[in-house]
Design a protein around this ligand. Structure first.
Ligand SMILES: Cc1cc2nc3c(=O)[nH]c(=O)nc-3n(C[C@H](O)[C@H](O)[C@H](O)COP(=O)(O)OP(=O)(O)OC[C@H]3O[C@@H](n4cnc5c(N)ncnc54)[C@H](O)[C@@H]3O)c2cc1C
Length: 500
C-alpha cells in the first residue's frame, strides 16, 4: 500500500457494521492517520432487535435508533445512497437525499449495506404486505394494529370487522415471531379499552413454509414457542405456503382462505442488491465473497462484514459461512476495524472467529424464549435475559438510559393505545382545505387512522375520479397501501367530512 497523504476510508452503510466500524476507527486512529466518510440514507443506526418492543409500545421508537452525527463526530456523514462502486477506479457514485448524484474518490472501501427482505412473486404481496426491518415499519405497524381495533369496534358490517381483526404474519424466524408475539400481546392488552371487542374476536395467523419456527434455537425450543403461541390463540401453520394475497384475500396451499387487513412479510433476508452494481466478487447467493480476515476476497483495499458478506465460519466445517445476525455483525465490525488499522500500520491482521452463542427472543411482556451457550430458559426468566442482554448491547450510555427509563415508566403506567396513523400522510387535511372541492371515494385499505380506514368498505360516488386526481396522496401512502387505495382513502376522508 502507499496512499500518499492520509488515506480516505469510505464506509458504505451506517448500520451495525458501518456504525461500529466507524466508531472504533475514530476512537483509535491517530490525528492525520486517515479520514472517514460514512454514507447512509438514514441519519441514524437502527438497533433492530428492539424493533418488536418499539412496535408494541414498550419502547419509544426514537430510543431504538442511534443518531450518527451525534456519535460519529470524527467522521464525515453523507446522507444518501451509494448507487455504484468502481473499486478499480476507487470511486463510488453517490445519490444524496437531495440534488444531483456525484462521484466520491476513496482509498479504502468498507462495504456493509446489509440485507433487504427476501420476497417471492406472490400475487398481491407487493400491494398488501409490509416488511419488518426499519423503525418506520415498526411505527407503521403499531398504528396499523391499533387503528384496525378502532375500525373493527366501530364497524357494523361483520365481514369488515373480521377482516380488520385478521393479522397475517409470513415467516417464522426471530424477527417474525417477535413482531407477531409483541403486537398480539399489545392488541390483547388494548382490547380491555374496547367494550365491543374481545381478544377472541381477533385472528392472528403465522404461516411458515418449513416444518419449524425459530431455526436459531433447538427444535425443542421451537416447539415450545409454537405451543406458547397456540395457547394464546395464535394459529401457527407450519409447512404451509401463501399462494395469493390479491386485495387482501389470503389463499394458502392448505386450502384455507380468508381476508386479512394486515399482512406482514418476515420470511428472511437477502443481500442488498446494490452489491450487483459494484465490480466486487459475489457468491451464488449474491453475497460479497469475503475472507476470514474480513477483506473482500482477492481485492486490495476492500473490506466487508455483516448481512451482505459471505464470511467463512471458522468454528464450523469447510464452506460454512456466518449467518445474518447482529451477534456476528457487531463482532465482525470490531475485528474489521482492528484489521484495517493493523494494515494501515503494517502490522499482522487476525481472522474473525466466533461461535454463535445462541438466541434470545421476547414473546410479549414477561414472556420469552432463550437458548444461550446451551442454557435454555422459558417464560419470565427468558424475557428478563432478553432485556438484560439487549440493554448491555444497545450502543451508547445515552440510549441505555432512555431504554431503562421507558421500561421503568411501564412498571407504573399501562402502555399507550393511541394510533397516530395520520402521521403517514400529515398533509391530507391541509390538501383537503387547500384544494378545490372534489367528489370522493372508497376503500378498506386506507392509511391507518384516516377516516376512510375507520369507515370500512363504505363507498362514495365519484371515487374513481378522486382516485385519479390525487396522485400526491398515493405517492405519500404508507408502505403496504396500494396507490389507488391511498387516493381512495384521501377521497373517502373528504367524503366523511362533507357528510358531517
Ligand atoms: C426485527 C429484527 C430483529 C432482529 N433481532 C436480532 C436479534 O435479536 N439478534 C441478532 O443477532 N440479530 C437480530 N437481527 C438481525 C440484525 O439486526 C442484522 O443481522 C444486523 O443488523 C446486520 O447488520 P448490517 O450492518 O450487516 O446491516 P444493517 O444493520 O441493516 O445496516 C445496513 C445499513 O446500510 C444502509 N444502506 C443500505 N443500502 C445502502 C446504500 N446503497 N448506500 C448506503 N447505505 C445503504 C442501510 O440503510 C442500513 O443502515 C434482527 C433483525 C430484525 C430486522
Amino acid at each position: 500500500m502507499g496512499y500518499g497523504q492520509a488515506p480516505h476510508i469510505l464506509i458504505v452503510g451506517g448500520g451495525y457494521v458501518g456504525m461500529y466500524t466507524a466508531l472504533r476507527l475514530q476512537r483509535k486512529l491517530h490525528g492525520g492517520e486517515a479520514t472517514i466518510t460514512v454514507i447512509e440514507p438514514n441519519s441514524y443506526m437502527t438497533y433492530q432487535p428492539f424493533l418488536p418492543e418499539a412496535a408494541a409500545g414498550n419502547l419509544e421508537p426514537r430510543h431504538v435508533v442511534v443518531p450518527l452525527r451525534k456519535v460519529l463526530k470524527g467522521c464525515r456523514i453523507v446522507s444518501g445512497h451509494v448507487v455504484t462502486v468502481s473499486h478499480e477506479r476507487r470511486t463510488a457514485s453517490v445519490q444524496p437525499l437531495l440534488g444531483e448524484a456525484f462521484d466520491l474518490k476513496y482509498d479504502i472501501l468498507v462495504i456493509c449495506p446489509g440485507s433487504v427482505a427476501r420476497t417471492l412473486p406472490i400475487p398481491g404481496l407487493a400491494e398488501q404486505g409490509i416488511g419488518f426491518k426499519s423503525a418506520a415499519e415498526a411505527i407503521y405497524l403499531r398504528n396499523q394494529v391499533i387503528s384496525r381495533l378502532d375500525a373493527a369496534a366501530s364497524a357494523t358490517d361483520s365481514a369488515v370487522r373480521r377482516r380488520a381483526l385478521t393479522f397475517l404474519f409470513i415467516g417464522g424466524g426471530y424477527a417474525g415471531i417477535e413482531a407477531l408475539a409483541e403486537l398480539e400481546d399489545m392488541a390483547r392488552d388494548a382490547c380491555s379499552y374496547y367494550p365491543d371487542l374481545e381478544p377472541a374476536d381477533m385472528r392472528w395467523v403465522l404461516v411458515e413454509a418449513t416444518g419449524r419456527i425459530l431455526p436459531e434455537v433447538s427444535p425443542g425450543m421451537g416447539l415450545y414457542t409454537v405451543k406458547q403461541l397456540e395457547h394464546r390463540g395464535i394459529q401457527v401453520k407450519l409447512n404451509t405456503r401463501v399462494e395469493s394475497l390479491l386485495d387482501g384475500r389470503v389463499v394458502l396451499d392448505d386450502g384455507d382462505r380468508f381476508e386479512a387487513g394486515t399482512v406482514v412479510w418476515t420470511a428472511g433476508v437477502k443481500p442488498n442488491p446494490m452489491l450487483e452494481r459494484t465490480d466486487l466478487p459475489l457468491d451464488d447467493r449474491g453475497r460479497l465473497r469475503a475472507t476470514a480476515f474480513l477483506q473482500v476476497d482477492g481485492v486490495a483495499d476492500a473490506w466487508t462484514a455483516g448481512d451482505c458478506a459471505a464470511v467463512p465460519d471458522l468454528t464450523k466445517g469447510e464452506g460454512a459461512t456466518t449467518g445474518p445476525s447482529a451477534q456476528h455483525a457487531v463482532r465482525q465490525a470490531r475485528r474489521l476495524a482492528e484489521n484495517l488499522l493493523a494494515e494501515l500500520r503494517h502490522e499482522p491482521i487476525k481472522p474473525y472467529e466466533h461461535s454463535y452463542a445462541g438466541s434470545v427472543a421476547s414473546l410479549g411482556l414477561h414472556k420469552g424464549v432463550a437458548e444461550v451457550y446451551g442454557i435454555r430458559l422459558r417464560g419470565w426468566p427468558a424475557w428478563l435475559m432478553h432485556r438484560t442482554y439487549h440493554l448491555s448491547r444497545v450502543p451508547t450510555v445515552n440510549r441505555k438510559a432512555r431504554v431503562v427509563a421507558d421500561w421503568s415508566l411501564a412498571l407504573f403506567f399501562r402502555r399507550e393505545i393511541v394510533s397516530l396513523g395520520s402521521f403517514a400522510d400529515p398533509r391530507a387535511e391541509f390538501r383537503r382545505v387547500a384544494a378545490p372541492a372534489t367528489a370522493p371515494a372508497t376503500g378498506t385499505d386506507a392509511a391507518p387512522g384516516t377516516p376512510a380506514a375507520l369507515e370500512g368498505s363504505t363507498t362514495y360516488p365519484g371515487a374513481d375520479e378522486a382516485a385519479g386526481v390525487d396522485e400526491a396522496a398515493a405517492a405519500s401512502a404508507p408502505p403496504g397501501t396500494p396507490a389507488p387505495a391511498a387516493a381512495a382513502a384521501e377521497a373517502n376522508s373528504q367524503a366523511a367530512r362533507h357528510r358531517s
